[in-house]
Every structure is written in C-alpha cells, then in structure tokens.
Design a protein around this ligand. Sequence first.
Ligand SMILES: [Zn+2]
Length: 327
Amino acid sequence: MKRFSFFALFIMASIVMVLAGDSAGDSIVNPTVPYSYEQMLADLGQLKQRYPVILSGGSIGTSVEGREIPSVRLGNGRHKILICGSMHARECITTNYLMYFIEQYAKAFVNHDSIGDYDVNLLLGNVSLYIAPMVNPDGVNIVQRGFEASTRCDSLLRMKLTNYEEPAHRSWKANARGVDINRNFDHGWEDRPTDSLPASSGFKGFAPLSEPESRALAGFAKRIKPEAVLAFHTQGEEFYFSTPDSCATAIAARLVEATGFEPQPIDPPYGSFQDFVNLHLGVFYACVELCDYIGPRPYPESDFFKIWQPARHVIPIVATGIMESQR
Ligand SMILES: [Zn+2]
C-alpha cells in the first residue's frame, strides 16, 4: 500500500511537472517587452533547439563593437527571401516583430497548422526565409541601455544629435560610429549630400560600405541571391517598393490591400539598402514601415499587437507571391 502511494505520488508529480514544463515552454518569444541583443541570441538558440527541422542559422558578420549579427533560415524551400530588421536602432520593435513571426511559423510548421489562409507546411516547404532580426545590435544596445553601455561612449557623446528628444540615446538611429546604415550602401551614395560628420541619424559614412553592418548585409544578400527582399522599419504605416516585373507589382498590390499601408514614391538612389538591392539583385523589394510615426523614439513594446495585427501577413503574402510566380 505504502509502495503504491509512493508510486501514485511519483506519477502525479511527473504529470504536474510535464504540464508545468509545457506551459512554461509554450512560448519562447515575448514580443511585448524590450528585446535586448542578448535576449534575442538566447531565444534564437532555444528556437533552433526546439524546431531543428525547420530552423537553422548562423551569423552574417560582426558589428562595430564586435557583436555577431545573427540570421536564421526558416524553411526548407528553394525560393529564397531575405528579411531584416532593426537597421535603425530606435526602430527595434521590428526585432520583436520578426522574432514573434519566427516562433509562430516554426510552431505551426511542426504542428501542421495553418495561419490565416496560409498552409505553413506548404509555404515553408517551398520557401526559405533568411531572417536577420537585428542588423544594428550596437545601436539597439545604445537605445535600450544608454551611451555608457557602448564601448565608444566618449565619441558618441561628441556626435551631433539630429531629430532627437531627451534622453537622446532613445532617439539613436545610427550604428556605434554614428553612421546611418541605410545611407551607407553603394548605389547613389555619392549623389546624396548628408551631414559631413557622424551623427545620431542621417550621416552616410565617409565611404560607401564603410561600416561592418552594411558590408555584412550586402555580402549576405549577394551570397544567397534572394528572389525578394523585405526590410522592416517603423516610420509611419507605409511601403517603399521596388517592383521590377509584373509579379512584383502584383505582390505589392496584395500587400497594400492586406495592410492598408500607403505605398510611397521612391526617392532617387541615395545609398539605401533598397538602392543596393535594385543595383545588384534587381528583385522585388519592400521597405515596410510598421508603425504610425510617434516621434523620434522607440515604439512601445507593450503595444506590440497593435502593429502585429495589420502587418501579420506581410511575409506570407510575399512568400506566396514568389512561389506562384516561379512554379
Ligand atoms: Zn528606418
């Protein structure tokens, strides 16, 4: 009898532990709190462990302060799409968006679920999403922890502040050398005058591709040769498209319809990642501005689902469009 009681207790305790483990392990990503670089690395590690059949990854390069810039490959298909976030430091909610996306789709894949109208097994069996959730980790670190948290604090404090509010570190857009990564690419760089010195935003650098972050992204894009590119930013529910063919035009129309975001006319080349993609890859490109413009500060993570909801199908719409165009 006594032995039975112990046995029953053991079984019950095991069940409780499994249940507790299940609920605790249910979600790895919490998108409603600030996403630090270290948290992102830890979560990517856990996600790869939990979903090895559909998620793998590595690094695309190293930042100014020596942080590895991670990317993951989500999907096993032959069509490649390159996706990046947090190129601009204060737009770091884009990392939350991409991390949340990765977990939702990896989970749906192993559970054979659909998300909205999208059969995730079909999608990720045909498409490989190469996702770099935080291209500018040093800048995000400055926004989240202040200038003192940077190894380049003294030089940051001497830099010009543009379009900012106090506390100034919360408005930071550039990398840790005061270069705006999205002005540092090699198409149109010469043509667009900017500030002549490093600044919190808008300085294009002393030469095209002078920064390790822009070189990492450029090199990665050239290596994988994606059929479409998506870059996530946050300055006012808008799109900037490059639509080199009718398929790309159709994808753009679907995105506008699904999100309600406004398509914007494209500026002449000015050294942006979009200009780089146009010159070197000539494929569909969308710069997605995820949030209403709220001023020069990060979007509040507690409101994450307000931005997730309208934009939740952006990536599957592009993936489906690419799949259908090249069947
Ligand atoms: Zn931006």
